[in-house]
Design a protein around this ligand. Structure first.
Ligand SMILES: [Zn+2]
Length: 604
């Protein structure tokens, strides 16, 4: 999906096109109300057998998903429209063997899930992520694609997509399967706002918002102004916007309380779904996803790890670099909101506290490095399974882990090298983004050395990227007049627990966390907590009320039920380890200046 590949692919295609033609897709919605669509794929004439399949992964989602489960009524036709035999050889793969070749494949697809990965159809819209919607033929994946969206008038829909429009209504093209699969498409009666950005090279590019929500045009336009401002603040980090293919970047945004909240980056667009009723009143929450996803148009779409290149559609790519691709994007997503004025100081410090707390108190992050944790995305990124797992003790979000690593690097560069993380991002942009040369972790280390020195970069990567050592956040934040501290010092706690009231008893519904009193007591997911000391536990809030009567170090007996057996276990209560970031009273002018330089808007 890099420019390089696209360029060579383009040459290859133009030669190939003559010989082999185009793969044509058409999608219709005769039964949108029940979430079905009919897909027809016309293949170039050939007398070869074909294997046609659904994907099992989707760009930007890092776990494997089974899109084949929603495909049925698969049929194939030969050159004269005669039905030909098909054989389902795997859940999502069909083999079609016929001496005269195959020219058309048709099937029904069901989709009732609106997010950045799946397909959602009803009479208000068809929200399409391509891997969840369209089958493909592996040996034809380099051919150009033409797609026709039917039934637009019937439902009063228009087409929102990064695909290239043609002069025929409802007909779009993609240079190859990689680009097609990377191009989510929203068919709906959306509202739109388009503006122009003059890039640093003086070239103009279009940025547009395609908003499917029940808000009026005024609310949509006002929200687009927030997006425009966020885009400008993000642009200041790199000094320029990427050059978008076809000269346009599209925010595909769907807001509805039935949605699943999600954001998914693509090369020239992003697909954002929010699970709230409307934009109005939720602007400040919605802009958060915009900030994160747009930063991806540099970091991961163009500054791209070798491990994601090319993107595989039959099985998710595993990457050791998500601490940078997602984690640094998480850091900048939040920082840009602060710089743009969409977060107050206090809100920003609270976010930093949440990030640091979740990493420094995570058994997973204490045991494993950011690059190891990145590889777990193949299981954790909306991966679906019915059995329980031990993620609370072996995993830590690579978003948060990477974000606090970015924070430490930013503060270290500012304090020790008179540089910033923005400088580092610009180096990566120059070496790997603009040039679209996929990177490896040693490349990232080399880039860091170029603005610091060999030993700083080697040390940083050895300890904090390949290793699980933690930066000294107290000292780093102190330079900005901020303090990382316990938010409830001196209070006793069983540790982080998810609880619910079931059959009038308080049930534990998460793993207990290593190092906590609850873990030491042997309490487990599914157990019922009955008593702490001599106090009965009758409601979820009782747990905190009861433990707050004790001090750290106090011994109590925990009474709980495990698979019908009652257990009495004596434990020592620990101190609540939750962390927060707050301002230091009476910070010095130097500290304030350091903080301002870091957090203030970069728009001149
Ligand atoms: Zn992301």
């Amino acid at each position: 999906m890099t420019k390089h590949l696209l360029f060579f692919a383009a040459l290859f295609i133009s030669l190939n096109t003559l010989a082999q033609g185009v793969v044509k897709y058409a999608i219709s919605f005769p039964n949108a109300i029940h979430h079905e669509a009919e897909v027809a794929i016309t293949l170039p004439a050939s007398n070869k057998d074909i294997l046609i399949r659904m994907s099992r992964s989707s760009p930007g989602r890092y776990a494997t998903h089974e899109f084949g489960k929603n495909v049925y009524n698969v049929k194939a036709f030969g050159p004269k429209g005669k039905p030909v035999k098909i054989r389902q050889i795997d859940g999502d793969i069909y083999s079609i063997n016929t001496p005269k070749g195959v020219t058309k494949v048709m099937y029904t697809i069901f989709g009732d899930w609106v997010d950045g990965t799946y397909l959602g159809i009803d009479e208000t819209h068809a929200h399409m992520n391509m891997p969840a919607t369209f089958m493909w033929v592996e040996r034809l994946q380099n051919l150009p694609i033409e797609i026709t969206f039917n039934d637009l008038e019937r439902y009063k829909w228009r087409v929102g997509t990064q695909l290239k429009p043609t002069n025929k209504s409802g007909v779009f093209t993609a240079p190859n399967l990689q680009y097609f699969m990377d191009s989510p498409t929203e068919l709906s009666d959306y509202k739109t706002v388009v503006w122009t950005d003059t890039n640093t090279d003086k070239k103009q590019q279009k940025i547009r918002l395609v908003m499917h929500s029940t808000d009026d045009q005024e609310v949509t336009t006002n929200f687009s102004k927030m997006i425009e401002h966020t885009v400008q603040e993000a642009k200041m980090v790199f000094g320029e916007l990427p050059t978008f293919d076809n000269g346009t970047y599209t925010f595909l945004h769907d807001v509805n309380s039935e949605n699943d909240g999600d954001g998914m980056e693509h090369r020239n667009s992003t697909c954002i779904t929010d699970d709230v009723e409307k934009i109005a009143g939720n602007e400040s929450a919605l802009i958060g996803t915009v900030s994160h996803e747009f930063f991806h148009s540099w970091n991961v779409e163009r500054i791209r790890p070798e491990s994601l290149e090319p993107f595989k559609f039959d099985h998710a790519n595993m990457s050791s670099e998500l601490w940078l691709a997602e984690g640094f994007t998480q850091y900048y997503g939040e920082l840009i909101l602060k710089r743009a004025g969409y977060r107050t100081d206090q809100e920003y410090y609270k976010t930093l506290g949440t990030l640091l707390n979740s990493v420094l108190n995570s058994p997973g992050a204490n045991k494993y490095s950011p690059e190891q944790i990145s590889r777990m995305a193949v299981f954790t990124d909306a991966g679906v399974a019915i059995d329980r797992n031990n993620f609370p003790n072996i995993f830590s979000s690579y978003y948060y882990y990477g974000a606090v690593t970015a924070l430490a690097l930013d503060l270290s560069l500012r304090a020790d090298f008179n540089k910033t993380l923005d400088d580092y991002m610009r180096v990566l942009w120059k070496n790997h983004g603009k040039t679209e040369v996929p990177y490896t972790i040693p490349d990232l280390q080399k880039g860091l050395a170029s603005i610091t020195n060999e030993s700083f970069a080697a040390n940083f990567f050895m300890k904090y990227i390949y290793g699980s050592e933690k930066n000294n956040y107290e000292a780093l934040l102190a330079q900005a007049g901020l303090s990382l501290q316990k938010s409830m010092p001196g209070s006793a706690s069983l540790g982080t627990l998810k609880l619910t009231l079931q059959d009038n008893k308080v049930r534990v519904i998460s793993n207990t966390v290593e190092g906590s009193s609850a873990y030491e007591a042997g309490l487990e997911n599914g157990d019922y907590l009955l008593k702490i000391g001599d106090q009965d536990v009758k409601s979820v809030t009782d747990v905190n009320t009861v433990t707050s009567n004790y001090k750290p170090g106090d011994e109590v007996t925990l009474v709980y039920e495990h698979r019908g057996n009652i257990k009495n276990v004596k434990i020592k209560l620990r101190e609540n380890n939750q962390l927060e970031v707050v301002t230091v009273t009476g910070s010095s002018a130097t500290q304030n200046q350091f903080r301002d330089k870091w957090l203030s808007s970069k728009i001149k």
